[in-house]
Design a protein around this ligand. Structure first.
Ligand SMILES: Nc1ncnc2c1ncn2[C@@H]1O[C@H](COP(=O)(O)OP(=O)(O)OP(=O)(O)O)[C@@H](O)[C@H]1O
Ligand SMILES: [Mg+2]
Length: 171
């Protein structure tokens, strides 16, 4: 029934269950499974890149994003971070993708495609689904934010509103 299934991976418990459900469906349908994580990031402005060049910074930042500070500076709020290169983004995505990969493998899936995107998570997932011809998106109802009493997180809500294909939400 489905040929290309996308599972949205953010490292949360609902996303892990979404990966299990997606893997089971992919297995039954003989579908391709794509696990995708989006690093919430923005492109640096020209002004920022000029400033960075004048200050002789190390690797050219490809993206600007937020990170949770480790150790005693951990405040529960992310800090702005710069100089995020492609390699760093891949490292940031790894825990979320690993969780999806492990859940999929436990369901017997061996052929799994993994991708790391950047930008607004919902917009990036929707663009990916369109460009890759995905025919089912599977996402957790909630994710890492999990604050408040809303039934659906904001990423899943946007996916349900705007996707051109069916969306399966997993509690
Ligand atoms: N950055 C991301 N990359 C890939 N998938 C994501 C990402 N963020 C969320 N998702 C998907 O969306 C699901 C719901 O997460 P969502 O972010 O919508 O809710 P939340 O984190 O509980 O609330 P908030 O709206 O505060 O972020 C996750 O289980 C996951 O499947
Ligand atoms: Mg979230």
């Amino acid at each position: 029934m489905f040929e290309k299934i996308l599972v949205a991976a953010d490292g949360s418990e609902p996303a892990r269950r979404a990966a299990e459900a997606a893997a089971e469906l992919a297995h039954r349908c003989g579908a391709e499974l794509h696990a995708v994580h989006v690093v919430h990031a923005v492109k640096p402005s020209e002004e920022f890149l000029r400033f960075a060049e004048i200050e002789h910074i190390g690797p050219k930042p490809e993206f600007l994003t937020l990170v949770m500070p480790p150790g005693p500076e951990r405040t529960g709020r992310p800090f702005p971070a710069v100089a995020v290169t492609r390699a760093m983004m891949e490292a940031m995505a790894e825990p979320a993708l690993r969780a999806a990969r492990d859940a999929a493998r436990a369901k017997g899936i061996t052929k799994l495609k993994e991708d790391v995107l950047s930008g607004d998570p919902a917009a990036a997932l929707l663009a990916y689904a369109q460009s890759q011809g995905v025919d089912l998106i599977v996402a957790g109802r909630r994710g890492l934010g999990a604050l408040g009493s809303l039934a659906l997180g904001s990423v899943t809500l946007k996916l349900c509103h705007h996707a051109q294909c069916p969306v399966l939400t997993v509690p």
